[in-house]
Design a binder for this molecule. Sequence first.
Ligand SMILES: Cc1cc2nc3c(=O)[nH]c(=O)nc-3n(C[C@H](O)[C@H](O)[C@H](O)COP(=O)(O)OP(=O)(O)OC[C@H]3O[C@@H](n4cnc5c(N)ncnc54)[C@H](O)[C@@H]3O)c2cc1C
Length: 302
Amino acid sequence: MNGQFLEQLEQIVGRDGIRLEEPMSRHTTFRVGGAADVLVTPDRSVLSQVVALCKKERVPYYIIGNGSNLLVGDGGIRGVVIETKGAVNELRTEGERIVAGAGTLLSQAASRAASLGLAGMEFAAGIPGTVGGAVVMNAGAYGGEMKDILESVTVLDAEGHEKVLSVDELELGYRSSCILKNGYIVLEAVFHLAAGDETEIRARMQELAAKRMSKQPLEYPSAGSTFKRPEGYFAGKLIMDAGLRGYRVGGAQVAEKHCGFVINRGGATAADIVKLMEDVKCEVERQFHVTLEPEVKMLGEF
Ligand SMILES: Cc1cc2nc3c(=O)[nH]c(=O)nc-3n(C[C@H](O)[C@H](O)[C@H](O)COP(=O)(O)OP(=O)(O)OC[C@H]3O[C@@H](n4cnc5c(N)ncnc54)[C@H](O)[C@@H]3O)c2cc1C
């Protein structure tokens, strides 16, 4: 990456908007990952210019939200990481609709909905991702998923044009959408909620938060459920039944509280986590003939 590229980038996002050799452990909930060459946090008005510059100069770029579903390699990331959290975070209401920028945290959007007496987003309040990451993953919990409340999403398409997609066009499935496959960047989402009672909404949110606290190892860094739910099974139960509760590789461990979570017990490397995931996958396959697929997205050099 040459100096001229960095100068041009600086003209777009300003000097304070650029970080060089930025440890990705600061931007992932696993608290793991080597340095990105460059990390920028552009606001919505200039995000498309950053992407256009990277394309013109053939510099690879990657979009991240809150890094809560990411495993970044120990070798870091060559190119530019574009972080939406804290920048693309407009949040407004239009009647029963909440319009949220991609970098808005789900907890913030859900809290706004609750304070306006809008129901339907309670399930999402405890998912530690951004709106953009949640659309990409069709994030869900406790019987709800993004698909149920999304009305439309504005994306930047691969040609750099803004496009509004209806919920049907997003091809939302179990922890999947068409966003990554089509090279889209989520800019904004519209959630259509229902009129409800603020006290009841907040009570439901508290009930779900308490469930999370009691079932999930929230006291340790992780990326949530490490593997997808295989058809007809629960990944956590398979891993527990395989005798892997508490299994450790270096600083990475299968959580004792919930075997579906791999946690960082302190000082874990991405290599530790990858090795542990491979061991778990092999053992589950050997004992139960079920193939576990990672839910966590891998990024960078391993
Ligand atoms: C403790 C814990 C509990 C969790 N519980 C749940 C749960 O109950 N349910 C659930 O579904 N998930 C859960 N997760 C996983 C995670 O929070 C979700 O997958 C979340 O939606 C990821 O959002 P993010 O902003 O952190 O995305 P990131 O991790 O930053 O990115 C995820 C993927 O989306 C892409 N991406 C992010 N933003 C954009 C954008 N604007 N445009 C295009 N691509 C983008 C990234 O490139 C990457 O491929 C949990 C994680 C943790 C740590």
